[in-house]
Design a binder for this molecule. Structure first.
Ligand code: NAP
Length: 333
């Protein structure tokens, strides 16, 4: 009998998630019923949003229920199928959860082309982070050639794609990331015009130096003090995309509002929240254009694949918050 190992939410964390907030179970792998497929999951997507899904309360998606298998995107292969849309051996991506095998009714699941890119890439640039970067920057940020685009969390899954699309669109790009290694990656590999190491450099001085005409588009992945510093440097009619606020996700006190918000008034600027799921009907359009840039050598990608399987999930998730990942963080099962 084949069994599947699963990571379940055991408690709602206060502050940083601890190993005791998780429980591990083993279950027999079932047969797919009519309309279902059985998937062997090979890699899981580790996302900052998972921290929010662990909390109770209203959000853009319901919280994970205590005792439930933790929600997670994944990639894998169809092992058995009673679904007309999938055949055995199909490489697929979907929300499979923190488990080795998943039964799916096919909703939200799609086939991917492993001749074009390996499976983990469909969790990064060709998955939700790529879609987030594409629609957040182009649909909300509307960058124009010659404008200055500032990106926080710039060496991460979403940020790295934003930096490169902004360059493709003819913008000056300033990336913000923690540490010299990540900043070198931003300038040498992603071709950012400048990088600011917010952990070791003076962020405000860096923004002043590298954004002499102000910030036209700020793509915010981190919130907190970095958002405030960027607000203080925006140009007339600037567009700010609120994509995420990872600096606040483990906070035990309510997030502080941006002190510099009146800069929006002075500069007739906008600050707009985005949720990638709202663009689900247009993912194909983004994936096609991103794949074209990849094939043309204009857009590079990096997956940071960590081993260890299901039991390594709790500690691997924390790498997003300590900044140990470079590129898209993926757990290999
Ligand atoms: N709105 C949406 O639909 C949507 C969809 C996907 C993702 N997101 C959001 O996009 C953001 C990036 O997600 P991702 O998957 O691409 O993660 P990621 O950037 O690959 O990884 C997270 C990075 O955040 C940085 N970070 C962690 N703590 C920080 C802090 N206190 N201050 C500043 N930076 C910090 C770290 O980089 P450093 O080493 O540079 O600090 C870390 O590597 C997250 O806020 C996420 O919630 C939103």
């Amino acid at each position: 009998m084949t069994t599947t190992r699963q990571g379940r939410l055991a408690a709602r964390p206060s502050g940083w998630p601890k190993r005791s907030d998780w429980a591990f179970t083993e279950e027999a792998v079932g047969e797919p019923a009519d309309g279902q497929v059985l998937v062997k999951v090979s890699h899981l997507s580790l996302d900052p949003a998972m921290r929010g899904w662990m909390n109770d309360g209203k959000s853009y998606i319901p919280p994970v229920v205590i005792g439930e298998v933790m929600r997670a995107g994944g990639v894998g292969e169809v092992l058995a199928t009673k679904h007309p849309g999938f055949k055995v051996g199909d490489p697929v991506t979907g929300t499979f959860g923190v488990q080795q095998y998943a039964i799916s009714d096919g909703k939200g699941m799609r086939k991917v082309d492993t001749r074009f890119a390996p499976l983990p890439t469909y969790l990064g640039v060709l998955g939700a982070p790529g879609m987030t970067a594409y629609f957040g920057l182009l649909d909300i940020g509307k960058p124009q050639p010659g404008e200055t685009v500032v990106v926080s969390g710039a060496a991460g899954a979403v940020g790295a794609v934003v930096c490169q699309i902004a360059k493709i669109k003819g913008c000056r790009v300033v990336g913000i990331a923690g540490g010299a290694e990540k900043c070198k990656y931003l300038t040498d590999v992603l071709h950012c015009d400048a990088a600011i190491d917010y952990k070791n450099d003076d962020l405000k001085a860096g923004l002043k130096k590298h954004c002499p005409d102000g910030i036209h588009v700020y793509f915010d992945n981190v919130g907190g003090e970095i958002l405030d510093a960027c607000l203080g440097r925006i140009a007339l009619h600037a567009r700010i995309i609120i994509c995420g606020a990872i600096s606040q996700y483990n906070s035990t006190t309510p997030p502080k509002g941006p002190a510099n918000y009146l800069s929006l008034l002075v500069n007739r600027a906008t600050m707009t929240g985005m949720v990638v799921f709202d663009y689900a009907g247009r993912y194909g359009e983004a994936a096609k254009e991103i794949a074209g840039w990849m094939a043309a050598g204009k857009l590079v990608h990096k997956e940071d694949v960590v081993g260890g399987g299901i039991d390594a999930f709790p500690e691997t998730l924390l790498k997003l918050f300590t900044g140990e990942n470079l590129g898209k963080l993926v757990l290999a099962l």
